[in-house]
Design a protein around this ligand. Structure first.
Ligand code: CO
Length: 144
């Protein structure tokens, strides 16, 4: 399994290739807010571990292993965003919170969160019920 830091790179490279058709070292550096030399180092590591091929002129190409894990990481990110949205987390916190937790949950927890998301999505009444509890708790907090 890739380390959390490797996961960040694979996730970003997968997103860049999906959205732009290619992933340049400079784009990855910008997306992850790191120095290009760190990107080059990590890309070489990912190449050695066969997540991608780094070719001087063609740039980065994900291997089928890299694509598979990349898709999984992007899906996991999207699921966690959906989860935080459903449980009522404020919009401005969602992206950063997901970036903070996504590497630290087991796939077992991710799958069970997936069930919970499904549970809420299957009926708007369930979401409304949860909202009622939240409103009550917020009110109590405000009155303390
Ligand atoms: Co992410």
């Amino acid at each position: 399994m890739p380390t959390p830091s490797m996961e960040d790179y694979i996730e970003q490279i997968y997103l860049l290739i999906t959205n732009k058709g290619y992933a340049r070292v400079s784009d990855i550096a910008e997306a992850l807010d790191v120095h290009p030399s760190s990107v080059t180092k990590m890309v070489q590591k990912l190449d050695r571990e066969s997540y991608l091929h780094y070719e001087r002129y063609r740039g980065l190409v994900l291997t089928s292993k890299g694509k598979k894990i990349g898709k999984r990481l992007v899906d996991r990110h999207d699921l966690l965003e959906k989860f935080l949205m459903i449980i009522g987390v404020d919009k401005e916190n969602i992206y950063d919170d997901v970036e903070g937790i996504e590497h630290h949950l087991s796939w077992n927890s991710i799958d069970r969160i997936g069930d919970l998301v499904q549970y809420f999505e299957e009926s708007t009444e369930r979401i409304a019920d949860l909202k009622l509890i939240q409103e009550k708790n917020e009110e109590e907090t405000a009155n303390q």
